[in-house]
Design a binder for this molecule. Structure first.
Ligand code: FAD
Ligand code: NAI
Length: 463
């Protein structure tokens, strides 16, 4: 057998790639990871999950001080925005966490090959001016912003998510194109800090892929907070002149065009896989119609010795999905059995309140068969009520015959934390009765999941 420089070479050091590299090294495989950015951690740590949550966390406190939520608790403050310090703590969080991955690479003896990785042939990749061979190569190159045809991103007036994290001042009017996760999270940041935010969404409702009732209720709550929504509307043009943007929009189904003025436009209409410049033709690998790399259940591609994980393959573009695939692919390469249950991947939108779900939506579940649904409003949850957090609900969807839980959806201040117990219950094949008879600590928001599970059998206590 040919000798290789490495047992495993991972291309891309995002949550998929860096986790795959660390686990491969932990399993005794000689591992390298190619990354073209100056820092490790990929989209998530550098320009995604982490910096967005740093801005969401800080702006949530600012908003609570400014909108009277603190005053309701007997804390009188008049907040003054220090945006430079807010950006500073965002940058600190990114620096510490990306540095942490560098430390973990050293600790686990993963070699970081700095530069862009390009296949030059089977088992061979050129990274910068070095060419290396590896028995197994994992493509974990992630994704980047989908451009809107005819709309040029200048990162000043027209920005993508990266530009929207770094705005040097609060815009007067921000228009968000796309009512998905990025639009709602980053729109929330700037709305809380004082911007008027209008969200233009092509579909007739925000948050595609989420449960229908959750989409409607989220829309209502965000509207109450000051978001303006133009649903069923498409942007056809953005003209920038003297630091101002004029958007031309028309109904998605066709009709008269209208214009809208803004001093900042965020383009957040989705992300697409990074495959350009990878040299996939050198290993005979083709993309599917959506530009993704297809794999089998073990994350093997059609090219021998080549595996792929994360945003570059089909499935939700989420950091935790990429991480779990990273562990699974390394274990499969090592001859173990690495599995990801793609039916139980939670999604969380970190707005206020948070919006979270796992498993099937009610619509999807009903397509598959008869279901029972239990709902519980956060208004009736003692902790949420005490904390002045009345918005939202929990919904548990169970199979009508077997009672097995098929999906759980929450809108609650800590929905992102609550959804973990639902995912765990589903992973263990729980019924709604199992959740209803599990003792939950009082007073916690999580009791709303127990009550929603009790409501599946028509017997909640507190409503
Ligand atoms: P990436 O993180 O995109 O990493 C791929 C890496 O590969 C990059 O660093 C890139 O530079 C490198 N690379 C690409 N091509 C090459 C090459 N040829 N050679 C060398 N290196 C290469 N997900 C969540 O789960 N929760 C969140 O809260 C969340 N928030 C987000 C907020 C924003 C604003 C954005 C944009 C995304 C967010 N996401 C979130 C999505 C999450 O960031 C991605 O799903 C995740 O980063 C995907 O991981 P990955 O490892 O597949 O790819
Ligand atoms: P998205 O897919 O969530 O939403 C894009 C929205 O834009 C959709 O509602 C779509 O209908 C709409 N749209 C598409 N074309 C349009 C047009 N021409 N005009 C108006 N609307 C249009 O994509 P988004 O928000 O860019 O996020 C990308 C990815 O990043 C998501 O897949 C998400 O999984 C991930 N992400 C995850 C986060 C989290 O887990 N909290 C946070 C941020 C991003």
């Amino acid at each position: 057998m040919a000798d290789f420089d490495f047992d495993v070479l991972v291309i891309g050091a995002g949550p998929g790639g860096y986790v795959a590299a660390i686990r491969a090294a932990q399993l005794g495989l000689k591992t390298a990871c190619a990354e073209s950015r100056e820092t490790l951690g990929g989209t998530c740590l550098n320009v995604g999950c982490i910096p967005s949550k740093a801005m969401l966390h800080a702006s949530e406190y600012y908003d609570a001080a400014a909108n009277g939520a603190f005053a309701k608790l007997g804390i009188k403050v008049t907040p003054e925005l220090d945006l430079d310090t807010m950006h500073g703590q965002r940058k600190d969080a990114v620096k510490q966490l990306t540095g942490g991955i560098e430390f973990l690479f050293k600790k686990n003896k993963v070699e970081w090959l700095k530069g862009l990785g390009t296949f030059t042939g089977p088992n061979t990749v050129k990274v910068g001016d070095r060419t290396v061979t590896a028995k197994n190569i994992v493509i974990a190159t992630g994704s980047s912003v989908t451009p809107l045809p005819g709309v040029e991103i200048d990162q000043k007036v027209v920005v993508d998510s990266t530009g929207a994290l770094e705005l040097p001042r609060v815009p007067e009017h921000m228009v968000v194109i796309g009512g998905g996760v990025i639009g709602l999270e980053l729109g929330s940041v700037w709305r809380r800090l004082g911007a008027k935010v209008t969200c233009v969404e092509f579909l007739d409702q925000i948050l595609p892929g989420f449960d229908g009732e959750v989409r409607k209720e989220s829309n209502k709550i965000l509207k109450k907070q000051g978001f303006e929504f133009k649903l069923g509307t498409k942007v056809t043009k953005v003209d920038v002149n003297g630091g101002k943007a004029t958007l031309t929009m028309e109904p998605a189904k066709g009709g008269a065009a209208e214009t809208l003025e803004a001093d900042c436009v965020l383009v957040s209409i989705g992300r697409r896989p990074n495959t350009e410049g990878l040299g996939l033709d050198k290993i005979g690998l083709q993309l599917n119609q959506r530009g993704q790399i297809e794999t089998d259940h073990d994350f093997r591609t059609k090219a021998a010795g080549v595996w792929a994980i994360g945003d570059v393959i089909p499935g939700p573009m989420l950091a935790h999905k990429a991480e779990d695939e990273g562990i699974a692919v390394a274990e499969n390469i090592a001859g173990l059995t690495g599995i990801v249950n793609h039916d139980v991947i939670p999604s969380v939108v970190y707005t206020w309140p948070e919006i979270a779900g796992v498993g099937l939506t009610e619509e999807q579940a009903k397509e598959k068969g008869e279901v029972k649904v239990g709902k519980f409003p956060m208004l009736a949850n003692s902790r949420a009520k005490t904390n002045h957090e009345p918005d939202g609900f929990v919904k548990v969807i169970a199979d009508a015959k077997t009672d097995r839980v098929l999906g759980v959806w929450c809108i609650a201040s800590v929905a992102g934390t609550m959804i973990a117990q639902a995912a765990q219950a589903m992973e263990f094949g729980a019924t709604s009765e199992d959740i209803a008879y599990t003792c939950h600590a009082h007073p916690t928001h999580s009791e709303a999941i127990k009550e929603a599970a009790m409501a599946v059998a028509g017997k909640p206590i507190h409503i």
